[in-house]
Design a protein around this ligand. Structure first.
Ligand code: PBG
Length: 324
């Protein structure tokens, strides 16, 4: 009976009408551009597994952030690559560390750009783990002290939001308490709440030199097989004071994203991670996929599944296309 009275194709005949009934819209205003910052001056080092992405010295980082900002990207998230790494990742919470200096420089030159910092010591530890290591174990509570200091020094440098990504238990609460005590009760926390132990971070680890020297991250990051557990992680982070919760990676975890969307009223972020970027890049370099169509469709799918904010290495290119 439905057919021929109902014809779904009626609303698909005209581009203007298609646009009017479109349920999901991708806008540059919700994209966050991840950037790697390193020591030195006038340096732009290509990341081999992520063609088109670079490690920047602070001066060139400011230029790259400005280019993104002027295309309508409101925010960047920073990852630091220090010259010296040690057991406790002390460079991560040096008030004069690489990210702290990058934040000050960005806020000085681009005061309206939102500067988010990743809070995790893995890029700063000699063993590459996200926590303090003793007898081959990753210690939870001892790591919280480093995270507090790291978040506070980022705030003092002028960061607009901090994003803990280590998956230690209790870090959101610890960072909230530290920020409040230091006079930063206004500073929001974006928690990497459901972060999976994914193979898709490999290019990032090449970029940041943060592959674990032994073992893997499965004692702290989530098992890719678990979805209910993500809801529990999100609940706990919200209870501890998270203002935004994140799912990571994005595209292979859209079910998790949709489930969280159905349960939570907070804004949700999704991270299209390095491996997602590299897969699209490689297929398009081989001539097998159209790069722009592929990343736009991926980003749209992430949005449709429930993300408000999307972290993507394609932010600059996406903004350019979305502004046309
Ligand atoms: C940890 C961190 C990682 C990523 C973001 N924050 C690496 C990891 O957990 O090993 C990965 C992001 C990406 O792959 O793009 N500081």
């Amino acid at each position: 009976m439905a057919f021929p009275r109902h014809r779904m194709r009626r609303l698909r005949q005209h581009e203007s009408l298609r646009r009017m009934v479109r349920e999901t819209r991708l806008v540059p205003q919700q994209l966050i551009y991840p950037l790697f910052v390193m020591e030195g001056k006038d340096r732009q080092e290509p990341i081999p597994s992520m063609p088109g992405q670079f490690r920047w010295s602070v001066d060139l980082l400011v230029k790259e952030a400005a280019a993104a900002y002027h295309r309508g990207i409101p925010a960047v998230i920073l990852f630091g690559i220090p010259d010296v790494k040690d057991e406790r990742g002390t460079a991560a919470y040096d008030p004069n560390g690489i990210v702290q200096r990058a934040v000050s420089a960005l806020k000085e030159h681009l005061p309206d750009l939102l500067v988010i910092t990743d809070v995790c010591i893995d890029e700063y530890t000699s063993h590459g783990h996200c926590g303090i290591v003793r007898d081959g174990r990753i210690l939870n509570d001892e790591t919280l002290e480093c995270l507090r200091l790291m978040a506070r020094t980022h705030a003092q440098a002028g960061a607009d939001m901090v994003a803990p990504s280590d998956m230690m238990d209790g870090r959101v609460g610890a960072i909230r308490e530290e920020l409040d005590q230091a006079g930063f009760s206004h500073l929001p926390i974006m928690a990497y709440a459901a972060k999976y132990a994914s193979c898709l971070y490999a290019p990032f680890r090449e970029a940041a030199g943060s592959s674990p020297a032994f073992g893997d991250r499965r004692s702290y990051q989530m098992d890719p097989a678990n979805a209910r557990e993500a809801l529990r992680e999100v609940e706990l982070d919200i209870e501890e004071g998270a203002d935004v919760v994140m799912v990571k990676p994005a595209l292979p975890y859209l079910d998790v994203l949709a489930r969280i969307r159905a349960q939570v009223s907070l804004p949700i972020a999704a991270y299209q991670v390095s491996g997602e970027y590299s897969m699209i890049k490689a297929a398009s370099q081989a001539g097998w996929l159209d790069e722009a169509q592929t990343f736009l469709e991926s980003l749209l799918a992430i949005k449709r599944a429930g993300a408000d904010l999307i972290l993507t290495y394609y932010a600059k290119e996406a903004a350019e296309l979305l502004n046309m």
